[in-house]
Write a protein that binds this ligand. Structure first.
Ligand SMILES: Cc1cc2nc3c(=O)[nH]c(=O)nc-3n(C[C@H](O)[C@H](O)[C@H](O)COP(=O)(O)OP(=O)(O)OC[C@H]3O[C@@H](n4cnc5c(N)ncnc54)[C@H](O)[C@@H]3O)c2cc1C
Length: 414
């Protein structure tokens, strides 16, 4: 087979699609609007620091990871399981007693909810670990908050634990996201690790791209429109192929294909050089006190020393939701940080990332496996077709490639 397929977008979904097609002997051309591959998963090197585009973590339990990557080669640096919670006056640790029994006492006595809440959490973790991921995705769906309330969690525990944790992961401070997605993520947290590759999250994208022929990817090539299987670039160039796969984020796919826009959850990240007055902690720090727009803080170089030059400390503060777009973002986060740790006044800002489309909305009822086949040689993939995650993007890219291959193979010879 030597068909030509045009893929629009070189994020994880587009790259996974391109790799699958290439492996099957199909020629691909990937058109990417920006100056590099990776989309939302890219890393930059700034003054010796490695900065991802926004604060991201890799959940090692994602089933797609081992399909695409040699996890040893990624040289993963792992967060300590559990979380450290800012209660408004001090920091308390909540662990996962199933994985780390010595965290049991601090978890039981942390003033973030009742003993009954903590037992409910244990029961929920046991429940999401049972069965398969597709089983979880078939459970009845509601908002995450409604599900937590149904399970009997107290408002205090929801506010102090679930809100800051899932605000960070689902970019969802209000816990509106589908409970199916929430339960899948909780399972990933419970059975695997939270990690980053030593050289930055962008390693994932770079590794996928490295498996493609060098000439397959064209950067700085934004696509303006699609007519049938003819693609017109912003500079007027046109390409016609047997199949077109739109692997952009949801809003751009909606514009190019006229499909519904899946909505956007914004997010911001502020990267600090905290060398002067560092915090030392390998767990994620959560704002259980709702003390400002920042929902979590990671002392990144404690987890992955390679993210900072020797002797330096790199921290990242994450602000999910509409606060990310507030004009006073940086000063509000600085005030909040100073209330946690007065030494943070001396931290130097390295970069502020504001990302208008962090993830699609993923409201209930969530269809975690939306069709990738649009008919007449057109296909769509990306995190808006599956779960809004690295896992969802990779899986949807592979699904789109499988649909293209099946259609090309069933096409009568010309
Ligand atoms: C700050 C942040 C934190 C996150 N944290 C996590 C996390 O911890 N764990 C997790 O699993 N997921 C996380 N996510 C989500 C995850 O990064 C995404 O779900 C995933 O990367 C989406 O990949 P994609 O290929 O579908 O889309 P994208 O990465 O958006 O790729 C789409 C590509 O299409 C290109 N493009 C757009 N329009 C055009 C056009 N007209 N012509 C040509 N090219 C075009 C874009 O430039 C881009 O490169 C996070 C996202 C953000 C932003």
């Amino acid at each position: 087979m030597n068909e030509d397929v045009v893929i629009i977008g070189a994020g994880l979904a587009g790259l996974a699609c391109a790799r699958t097609l290439t492996a099957a002997g199909v020629g691909v051309r990937v058109l990417e609007a920006s100056d590099g591959v990776g989309g939302r998963v890219r890393s930059d090197h700034v003054d010796g620091f490695t900065l991802d585009r926004g604060f991201q973590i890799l959940l090692t339990a994602y089933p797609e990871l081992s399909r695409w990557f040699d996890l040893d080669q990624l040289d993963l640096r792992r967060f300590q399981p559990g979380a450290t919670i800012w209660t408004g006056s001090d920091f308390r640790t909540v662990g996962d007693p199933i994985r780390s029994p010595r965290d049991l006492p601090s978890t039981v006595f942390a003033p973030i909810g009742s003993i009954a809440d903590k037992l409910r959490l244990l029961k929920l973790i046991v429940s999401v670990r049972r069965g398969s991921v597709p089983d979880l995705l078939r459970r009845p769906d509601s908002s995450t908050r409604a599900e937590l309330e149904r399970l009997g969690f107290s408002p205090r525990f929801i506010k102090r634990f679930f809100e800051p944790l899932f605000a960070g992961i689902q970019l969802d401070p209000d816990l509106d996201v589908s409970s199916r997605r929430f339960e899948v993520i909780l399972r990933m947290l419970a059975v695997g690790d939270s990690a980053v590759p030593a050289k930055g999250m962008g390693t994932l994208s770079d590794e996928l791209a490295a498996g493609l022929p060098a000439s397959a990817i064209r950067c700085n090539a934004p696509v303006r429109s699609i007519d049938g299987t003819t693609v017109t670039l912003a500079n007027g160039d046109q390409l016609t192929s047997d199949a077109v796969v739109v692997a952009t984020h949801g809003p751009s796919a909606a514009e190019l294909l006229g499909i519904p826009d899946p909505g956007s959850r914004p997010v911001a990240a502020i990267w600090f050089d905290a060398t002067n007055e560092p915090i030392r902690n390998r767990r994620i720090l959560l704002d259980g006190a709702h003390s400002g727009p920042m929902k979590n803080l990671a002392i990144h170089s404690e987890v992955a020393p390679s993210y900072a030059p020797a002797g330096k400390t790199l921290c990242v503060a994450a602000v999910p939701g509409k606060d990310a777009l507030h004009p006073n973002l940086e000063s509000d986060v600085r005030t909040q940080l100073a209330s946690w740790h007065p030494g943070a006044r001396s931290w130097e800002t390295i970069r502020v990332d504001v990302i208008a489309h962090g993830q699609p909305l993923q409201l209930p009822p969530l269809d975690p496996r939306r069709s990738v086949r649009l008919g007449q040689g057109r296909y769509v993939c990306g995190d808006h077709r599956d779960t809004a995650s690295i896992q969802g993007a990779l899986f949807s890219g592979r699904r789109a490639a499988a649909a293209v291959l099946a259609d090309l193979q069933s096409k009568p010879p010309q």
